[in-house]
Design a protein around this ligand. Structure first.
Ligand SMILES: NC(=O)c1ccc[n+]([C@@H]2O[C@H](COP(=O)([O-])OP(=O)(O)OC[C@H]3O[C@@H](n4cnc5c(N)ncnc54)[C@H](O)[C@@H]3O)[C@@H](O)[C@H]2O)c1
Ligand SMILES: CC(C)[C@H](C(=O)O)[C@@H](O)C(=O)O
Ligand SMILES: [Mg+2]
Length: 355
């Protein structure tokens, strides 16, 4: 098969973890007899520095055409003085998610056995943790009207019923393939959008009698995630809460550098589902350019791309096994207690795939 995808390295550690992921993809493609056709395009600060908009139309066009996107990260202090849609985050990442209709963002939290002692939590609390956060990605406060007026500043938060319903359906469908439990997280004691969220989720739940549904308020959820992480199966939540909770979840997994993500659309008119795959971490300006970034999250995102956009399950599993083997062997970066560079970790995993 020709694996044709759009590669958007972006900013900071994005190109570093991206190069490691490309090395791994090349190895797996060679091993399984595929060709790799990565369309490399600018996004974010890298695009701004090249005199382009944060999301050049040629970059978007490639994403739209291939329908499979591997993205590093965007943003950083260099572009923090920019305002509104001139910023990498607001001018590139959010419109890309919105224009590709990538409303379902899936972020897993299943700590590796080899990392159980790296998390600040006690091993006995952590053992058996295996949940997935289903984050709504194209609505809520991120996409509401925002601005400044005489009184100050405002960010409007809106959700429509269909927007909540479609992400809830994905969460319940996923729960049916797992432990049949959905925890919906909101702030319905204060927010009207959360009240609509809760009502809609309850209505969707009636179609899934086998799935157990519970509701938790987001403030309490931050505590429950740390005190009883094994309780959760599928966590369903809105855009901003999902962003915050998944960075918290990374602590359970031992590092920001190990959690991949997939953002998926419904099938388009041409029958194709679009997928964008990116680590949950950002451009990590504090370690960028030093070869210190952990490439696991990006490599695992690439594995998800193979599985979900190209149906290459054996290839994805081979990458996941090679990542775990590297972890067990201690072929890891400093955040996980090792001494390897980003590219060395990529090479160690690639080598396991060709051995
Ligand atoms: N998807 C994205 O493009 C994305 C996601 C999050 C943040 N950002 C952007 O990234 C910039 C920096 O944000 P931040 O510092 O709050 O978050 P961050 O995720 O970049 O970094 C948070 C901390 O985790 C560490 N870290 C992150 N990834 C790591 C990795 N792979 N290996 C080892 N350590 C890692 C960093 O060194 C830092 O100490 C901001 O401009 C932000 O908007 C982009
Ligand atoms: C960079 C930022 C806009 C983004 C988000 O909040 O969605 C990031 O934090 C993420 O988790 O993907
Ligand atoms: Mg985030």
């Amino acid at each position: 098969m020709n694996i044709n995808f759009t590669y958007l390295p972006g900013d900071g550690i994005g190109p570093e973890v991206g190069a490691a992921a490309l090395a791994v993809l090349s190895a797996v493609a060679a091993q399984f007899g595929h060709t790799l056709e990565a369309e490399d395009h600018l996004i974010g600060g890298a695009a701004i520095d090249a005199g382009e908009k944060p999301l050049p139309e040629v970059s978007f066009g490639s994403c739209h055409r291939t329908g499979a996107v591997l993205l590093g990260a965007v943003g950083g202090p260099k572009w923090d003085h920019l305002k509104g849609a001139d910023r990498p985050e607001l001018g590139a990442l959010l419109p890309l998610r919105k224009r590709l209709n990538l409303y379902a963002n899936i972020r897993p939290c299943k700590p590796y056995e080899a990392l159980l002692d790296r998390a600040p939590l006690k091993r006995d609390r952590l053992e058996g943790t295996d949940f997935v956060v289903m984050r709504e990605l194209t609505g809520g406060i991120y996409f509401g009207k925002k601005g400044r007026d005489a009184d100050g500043a405002f960010d409007e938060c809106r959700y429509s019923e269909p927007e909540v319903e479609r992400i809830a359906v994905i969460a319940f469908d996923l729960a049916m393939t797992r432990r049949k439990k959905v925890t919906s997280v909101d702030k319905s004691n204060v927010l009207e959008t959360s009240r609509l969220w809760r009502e809609t989720v309850e209505r969707v739940a009636t179609r899934y009698p086998e799935v157990e549904l519970e509701h938790l308020l987001v403030d309490a959820m931050t505590m429950h995630m740390l005190t009883r992480p094994t309780h959760f199966d599928v966590i369903l939540t809105e855009n901003m809460f999902g962003d915050i909770l998944t960075d918290e979840a990374s602590v359970l997994c031992g590092s920001m550098g190990v959690i991949p993500s997939a953002s998926l659309s419904d099938a388009r008119d041409d029958g194709k589902t679009v997928g964008m795959y990116e680590p949950i971490h950002g451009s990590a300006p504090d370690i960028a350019g030093q070869g210190k970034a952990n490439p696991f999250a990006m490599i695992l995102s690439a594995a998800w791309m193979l599985r979900l956009s190209f149906g290459l399950d054996a290839e994805a599993t081979a990458i996941e096994s090679a990542v775990e083997a590297a972890l067990v062997a201690g072929d890891v970066t400093g955040d996980l207690g090792g001494s390897l560079s980003t590219s060395d970790v990529g090479a160690a995993i690639a080598q396991r795939l060709t051995a």
